[in-house]
Design a protein around this ligand. Structure first.
Ligand code: IPD
Ligand code: CA
Ligand code: CA
Length: 292
């Protein structure tokens, strides 16, 4: 049984289909996709609050090592449980694919969750991390939410209806050429298999663009790219929960994202190249010769 989103008594407010401020609208006025988005926004904000509260007491946070340079904290786990519980309250039949707890249930509706993207930053108190929640309906990414709790910015998208930050429509930047483009990336740090190839790419990007940034939260990097704050991005070996929400937000903001080697779906390989349409193409041309 599906329980509808909460119903504060404000039926007089005009329904604004793309505005997350319409979160308080009466459920009978909320269309199904908007209700799903509202639930994801609520879950993301709650998870972000957990992280921000704990940021002041970092010395108390328990950290475990999942693998080489792969950390998990109590905050990752608590935030993930909070997100799943929030969504399950309204959509008890939906399935989940979450970074810390894996697969739960099976449904045409699967929520793909990274409760804390940028855990290494978080552990050090470096204020760049995010919460990433996407909804895949059948095989299509349909909803994306990335929350930046440090700036309290919420990036959202519904497939086919554009992308927003805090309820305001966003578009990728108008940059067309690499020489004035700011490019984001993620350094390889778990697997060093492709280090040589990556460093050759980095050299080319440093030589041919306005600058390179490695903020440390791939979900937020894609959201910032969607908002025109970066012009391109590439990284190898990401997981689906790092990129599901951000890639939908980016595409809905007019950006392009593809698989670095044009092999399979970028969501499966996690090797991505992204940007404004022109920067995406130019970056791909620049990087392809250095693939190995
Ligand atoms: C990581 C961040 C980082 C990226 C890594 C991801 P996590 O996610 O997105 O920016 O470079 O590849 O794994 O582990 O902090 O959730
Ligand atoms: Ca992540
Ligand atoms: Ca994570």
């Amino acid at each position: 049984m599906r329980v509808q989103a909460p119903a504060p008594p404000v039926p007089r407010r005009r329904f604004r289909p793309y505005n997350t401020a319409s979160f308080a609208a009466h459920p009978l006025l909320i269309k199904p996709m908007q209700a799903l988005l509202n639930t994801a926004v609520k879950a993301a904000r709650r998870a972000g609050e957990i992280a921000i509260r704990q940021l002041k007491h970092l010395d108390e946070v328990g950290v475990r090592n999942k693998g080489i340079s792969d950390f998990v904290t109590q905050v990752d786990e608590a935030a993930e449980e909070c997100i799943i519980a929030t969504i399950q309250k309204y959509y008890p039949d939906h399935a989940f694919l979450a970074e810390e707890s894996g697969n739960r249930g099976s449904s045409e509706y699967t929520w793909i969750i990274d409760p804390l993207d940028g855990t290494t930053n978080f552990i050090h108190g470096f204020p760049v991390f995010s919460v990433s929640i996407a909804l895949r309906i059948k095989s299509r990414l349909s909803i994306g939410v990335v929350y930046d709790p440090n700036r309290q910015e919420i990036f959202t998208a519904i497939r086919g209806r554009g992308a927003q930050v805090d309820g305001h429509k966003i578009r990728v930047s108008g940059r067309r050429y690499l020489d004035d483009a700011l490019i984001g990336t993620g350094f390889p740090y778990r697997s060093h298999e492709r280090m040589k190839s990556y460093l050759a790419m980095l050299e080319q990007v440093l030589l041919n663009t306005a600058g390179v940034r490695r903020p440390g939260s791939a979900a937020l990097d894609l959201a910032n790219l969607a908002a025109g704050r970066l012009d391109g991005f590439w990284e190898f070996g990401l997981n689906i929960w790092d990129i599901a929400a951000g890639s939908l937000i980016l595409r809905e903001a007019g950006g392009l994202i593809s698989e670095l080697e044009d092999k399979d779906d970028y969501l499966d390989t996690g090797n991505i190249i992204a940007g404004t349409p022109r920067v995406h193409d130019a970056l791909k041309k620049l990087l392809t010769p250095h693939l190995s």
